[in-house]
Design a binder for this molecule. Structure first.
Ligand code: SAH
Length: 461
């Protein structure tokens, strides 16, 4: 028998009232109107709201928040004046305490609904004492509004620049880099790039800051090599941004959303800036990946280290190792660490950083974790602890199958997506492992991103 068709009780432009019961993946409020799901950005769980329906799909509708009819204690005034238009943050209208609770609940829900896991301790989210100015990298498009240069992030799902004067989640140095650079480009009439025509020059202003060293880098992404008034530009930048140690140009002539092009050259100063995570020093070049919240990275890796429970005699595999941040962190307490990562440049950085820190017990390989680790297994590598930190889509099943065969004592799973984490923990639960506990760590305050670290042990232990 065919399923009865879902009645759609709303139509476009209709005004409705409903109770918000949860938050969706992008931090938008979710509620039911006569049993039909409606997503309403900026509405919060616990609120009754009035909304205008702006789009109706087969199984859900999208609405615009018109009025909050009954308030909740979670609501707060967003400090940023452009919060409602800029796509950078999603939860500034929620108190920080409520954000942390919500992130923990997201993990709990995923583990129970998707993972069907029971008896897992999910700790409170480890948040920041000061959840502002936490980002060490600002990557800001530049355009024109009313005949003046303007910098700002895009409105959600558009390429419309929402002009900003400062960004509350950026390190103050990056704010200074972005706005002073814009002002100097304006003074020298250096043109900005126009997406529509592919003409013009400056596409993005990128600021990177070393929190512990105070060193900063400016990267100008340009649609061509020659920069008019280059010498004057550099003189003014150096004079007005005293913390700069590096000015780099990246050339991207493609008509694309990808920010970086293939050619990078240093215009002035060093090629890299230095920063530290714990005791480990990292050289960061214009294109290198580096965790954007260095304060919380230390908290996250501290948890991973605690769960790895190393005594100094262990062999550790770090899958999806990036530039080797976790590998180098763990190498201080392990016998050997083997890192594997798919991007060759990241592995070059990992090797350089190992050498810089005189760490000799960390080894790195380029390749897919799901291909390289089975090969290591066949070659007789035995891991006591296996750490994974996959991208949002989670681990490849071949890797999970290899973990089940390799039988490391402990698995530490660092995840940026509770849904795929829960799916993968279920697989491991069915193949000899038990998830003991999970700790969410707030890496991106005021955004919807949820990061956490899980600790698994073998059931036969
Ligand atoms: N652990 C690192 C980075 C984790 S981000 C850190 O903390 O800095 C996830 C990484 O997985 C990215 O660097 C990405 O390039 C890499 N990756 C994606 N798919 C992969 C695969 N199949 N095998 C190995 N690495 C992969």
């Amino acid at each position: 028998m065919a399923k009865p068709k879902l009645q759609v009780p709303v139509e476009k432009n209709q005004y409705i009232e409903l109770d918000i019961t949860g938050l969706g993946h992008e931090g938008e409020g979710v509620g039911k109107y006569e049993g039909f799901t409606v997503f309403i950005p900026r509405a919060l769980p616990g609120e009754r709201v009035k909304a205008k329906v702006i789009r109706v799909q087969k199984t859900y509708a999208n609405g615009r928040l018109i009025e909050v009819l009954s308030d909740t204690a979670s609501r707060t005034e967003p400090p940023c004046p452009i919060f409602h238009r800029c796509g950078g943050c999603h939860l500034q209208h929620m108190t920080y305490e409520a954000q942390l609770k919500h992130k923990r609940q997201t993990v709990v829900d995923a583990l129970t609904r998707i993972g069907k896991l029971e008896g897992v301790t999910v700790h409170e989210t480890l948040g920041m004492d000061n959840p502002w100015q936490y980002r060490n990298k600002a990557q800001v498009p530049i355009g024109e509004i009313d005949g003046r240069l303007a910098v700002g992030f895009y409105a959600p799902r558009t390429h419309e620049i929402i002009e900003m004067q400062s960004c509350d989640i950026q390190h103050a140095y990056n704010d200074q880099i972005v706005h002073t650079t814009k002002a100097i480009l304006q003074e020298l009439a250096i043109p900005h790039y126009e997406e529509a025509s592919g003409r013009g020059l400056v596409r993005h202003i990128i600021g990177r800051a070393g929190f512990h060293t105070g060193e900063t880098m400016l990267v100008l992404v340009t649609n061509g090599r020659k920069i008019p008034h280059q010498e004057v530009l550099i003189d003014r930048l150096r004079a007005r941004i005293p913390h700069l140690v590096s000015i780099v140009q990246n050339i991207n002539r493609e008509q694309t959303n990808v920010i970086f092009g293939n050619e990078t050259r240093t215009l002035w100063g060093k090629d890299t800036i230095t920063d530290t995570i714990g005791e480990i020093r990292f050289e960061i070049s214009a294109g290198s990946f580096f965790q954007v919240n260095p304060v919380q990275t230390e908290v996250l890796y501290g948890k991973a280290l605690e769960y790895a429970n190393l005594s100094g005699s262990e062999t550790v595999i770090d899958a999806y190792c990036g530039i080797g941040t976790i590998s180098l962190f763990l190498a201080q307490k392990a016998k050997e660490v083997y890192g594997v990562e798919i991007v060759p440049e990241a592995i070059e950085d990992a090797q350089k950083n190992a050498a810089l820190n005189e760490i000799r017990n960390a080894h790195f390989a380029v390749g897919e974790a799901e291909t390289v680790i089975p090969q290591w297994h066949r070659d007789g590598v035995r891991a006591d602890v296996l750490v994974v930190d996959p991208p949002r889509k989670g681990c490849d099943e071949r890797l999970l199958a290899t973990i089940a065969e390799m039988q490391p004592e402990r698995v530490v799973y660092v995840s940026c997506n509770p849904g795929t984490l829960a799916r993968d923990l279920r697989y491991l639960e069915d193949h000899g492992y038990k998830t003991v506990e999970v700790t969410p760590v707030d890496m991106f305050p005021h955004t919807f991103h949820v990061e956490c670290v899980a600790w698994l042990v073998r059931k036969d232990n």
